[in-house]
Design a protein around this ligand. Structure first.
Ligand code: SF4
Length: 120
């Protein structure tokens, strides 16, 4: 499969949010910080199979100009979304980002995300 240009690839800030499980609820996108693609390395925020990801991982989607313009699952903080907004070609509705932890048992009281977990 053809790779995107280096200039397009370099726009990615490697936040890794698009590699996490997510669900769209109304005007929010909720990212589960405890659940991510098996090929995503949470320490480096990098994909371990980046160059072959589209062949190996059926769920992986290239972030194209089209998805920068229309994909609701990309966070507002995504560099591609910000690029599309700067060009006035972002057409997906603006959604608030919310973080959750599927594994609430590991969150500490100092962790701001723990407030999303049910009380212990
Ligand atoms: S959400 Fe956007 S900026 Fe973050 S890793 Fe994914 S493509 Fe890159």
């Amino acid at each position: 499969m053809r790779q995107a240009s280096p200039a397009w690839e370099e726009k990615c800030s490697r936040c890794g949010l698009c590699c996490h499980e997510k669900v769209i609820v109304g005007r929010e996108v909720v990212y589960d910080l405890d659940a991510h693609c098996e090929h995503y390395d949470p320490k480096t925020h990098q994909c371990r199979i980046y160059l072959e990801r589209l062949e190996i991982e059926a769920r992986c989607r290239r972030v194209s100009r089209f998805s920068a313009m229309f994909a609701s699952y990309l966070p507002e903080t995504c560099a591609y979304v910000q690029w599309a907004r700067s060009k006035h070609i972002r057409f997906a509705i603006r959604r608030h980002i919310r973080f959750a932890r599927g594994n609430c048992g590991d969150s500490s009281d100092e962790d701001p995300i723990s407030s999303l977990c049910p009380a212990k």
